[in-house]
Design a protein around this ligand. Sequence first.
Ligand code: NAD
Ligand code: IPM
Ligand code: MN
Length: 357
Amino acid sequence: MKHFNIALIPGDGIGPEVVAEGIKVLKAIEEADKTISFTFKEFPWGCEYYLKNGKMMDDDALDILKDYDAIYLGAVGYPGVPDHISLRDLLIKIRKGFDQYVNLRPVELLHPDLTPLKNKTEKDIDMLVIRENSEGEYSGAGDWLFKDKPEEVVLQTGVFSRKGTERIIRYAYEEARKSNRTLTSISKGNALNYSMVFWDQVFEEVGKEYPDVKTYSYLVDAASLYFVSQPERFEVVVTSNLFGDIVTDIGAAITGGMGLATGANINPERKYPSMFEPVHGSAPDIAGKGIANPIAAIWSVSQMLDFFGLEEWAEAVLNTIKQILKENTYLTPDLGGSVSTDELGSHFVELLIKNRG
Ligand code: NAD
Ligand code: IPM
Ligand code: MN
């Protein structure tokens, strides 16, 4: 029997709505496969918790979470709590605290009708963006000098350590080698004369150990253009924390929207738990209406299953997502359908179990 302990942080807005559907999927797998079991523990952390308790999570949150096999997160952030507090004190704190330095964001077109791009098919949009997830522009270092004075100056420091830069770039080379794909680095050495010059140098240095991997290096502005005009250029992509954040929203746009974009925050050494979450936020504009698309959150369950070594179930979940998109009858309003979050999730589970026999 394989057993996994999962910490749930549904969070804010549509977070709890979509996480509920991901849990349905995990419970259905447990029911269908007697060799697997899950236990879930839910934590009420998020903006409501902050408004009641003055903090986003308990002070010993990382200590509480550290022994779980995985964390499943919905979304964090809501009007009424400043975003830099809600996100830095929860999401970024966990990513950093658990050294989840690899953020795996597949940008894959799961059905040709979903892309707004003309004449692009599944084979044109099929990449894995590997985003540095522990430092860079998100280091939190900086200063606010002469506040409210005419000479006011604000500094936001990007931190690119040798260790942090090398390990993410090496991870990406390994991934490209393993899967026999090209590797593209996205940076900005023409303007960022310390951080990105260093990044480019490390990309080249580490590359010497991988002569078999074909590489490309683009400036982030040009890369953003190519994401839209020629996404077929990209296979495995490695980039910094902030650039990875931005280009993966472009990735979402070309593959069907935020309701379909997933991300895994991985600590490859497995010293700490990894965290699985949709790329989207709490979507206050649609929260509470029961219309959020749960597919991104369900895809992150597939990433979690893969991480657990349950590859067959991971694949079955992804195939069922593709089937639902192909059927085109059980879609939420963001994809032009009219079913609810809950209806999609229930239909999903039926199909998944039927497919697996
Ligand atoms: P958002 O991703 O929440 O929403 C952007 C747009 O996409 C909105 O129009 C929304 O309705 C739509 N959308 C998002 N997810 C959807 C889904 N599952 N189904 C259908 N439509 C969906 O981004 P935002 O509006 O910039 O941010 C809202 C809040 O979420 C902010 O507080 C922000 O800081 C936070 N945020 C959190 C995370 C996270 O927790 N991982 C990620 C991004 C943003
Ligand atoms: C994401 C989000 C977060 C990020 C925010 C909410 C801090 O946009 O996961 O893409 O920038 O990493
Ligand atoms: Mn983002």
